[in-house]
Design a binder for this molecule. Structure first.
Ligand code: NDP
Length: 240
């Protein structure tokens, strides 16, 4: 059944892969982005998926953005909280500014966006919320205390939403990928990338369509029994 889906941070990288896969599966899809108008224009031109600009770290902007998407496509039934950012620094040097930017963008946004669609999903007795967490939120990572805390918080928030949403037909799940060589990785030195590859049992980074494959499963009507879970996908780099 075709559903209305919104993917935050969906004009490039993992989000774009997810949006294109949902669109290909027949859903009515919108994406959000923060600032890159040119990338957004090209994404829409190539995919036929409309892109809406707002900052997911700003509650009022999320409220207006959700209203805009719902006016265009109808009530949101599938939400993928994918927008995220990093500002890496050693824990001892981490500034308040870096801490708050990453917590607001990755975690506060997830609360804002999920709550904004939750009430409608509850009324309609159907909803799918998928949060894009991270292997680093499970395993920890050097120089990423803010990002690790945000992603671990996201994993916890997912479980709480899953518990409350269960009796209303709403599922909430997390996909926790390992490393994909996207724009987000642009500042990572090549020698660190090589170290990651050397440690990876499959010897490669992930691809956005591999993450999208898990999302397609989680949003399916038949995935109604899968809630509060974390799908870990990292080429075997970190096993539970
Ligand atoms: P990219 O940096 O390639 O893309 C991030 C997207 O999020 C962009 O579309 C960006 O918009 C958007 N975005 C960032 N901040 C905001 C904001 N405040 N409001 C609205 N949109 C925003 O990232 P990836 O595709 O690599 O990552 C996607 C998700 O996957 C993130 O949550 C990330 O933490 C997670 N992840 C990534 C991994 C990786 O190795 N790449 C590994 C594990 C998890 P714009 O282009 O306009 O700035």
């Amino acid at each position: 059944m075709a559903r209305v889906a919104l993917v935050t941070g969906g004009i490039r990288g993992i989000g774009a892969g997810i949006a294109v896969a949902l669109h290909g599966a027949g859903h009515k899809v919108a994406v959000n982005y923060r600032g890159d108008d040119e990338v957004a224009r090209r994404f829409t031109e190539q995919s036929g998926i409309a892109a809406y600009k707002w900052d997911v770290a700003d509650h009022e902007a999320c409220k207006a953005g959700v209203a805009q998407v719902e006016a265009a496509l109808g009530a949101i039934e599938i939400l993928v909280n994918n927008a995220g950012t990093v500002t890496d620094a050693k824990f001892e040097n981490l500034t308040f500014e870096q801490w708050h930017l990453v917590l607001r963008t990755n975690l506060d946004s997830c609360f804002y966006m999920s709550q904004l669609v939750y009430r409608g999903m509850k009324e309609r007795k159907f909803g799918r919320i998928v949060n894009i967490g991270s292997m680093n939120g499970q395993a920890g990572q050097l120089n990423q205390a803010n990002y690790v805390a945000a992603k671990a918080g996201m994993h916890g928030l997912t479980k709480a939403i899953a518990l409350e949403g269960a009796k209303h037909g709403i599922t909430a799940n997390t996909v926790a990928p390992g490393y994909l060589d996207t724009y987000m990785m642009r500042t990572m030195p090549e020698r660190i990338k090589q170290k990651i590859l050397d440690k990876s049992p499959v010897r490669r980074f992930g691809q956005p369509d591999e993450v999208a494959h898990a999302v397609l499963f989680l949003v399916d009507e038949k995935a109604a029994w899968t809630t509060g879970s974390t799908i870990t996908m990292n080429g075997g780099s970190h096993m539970y």
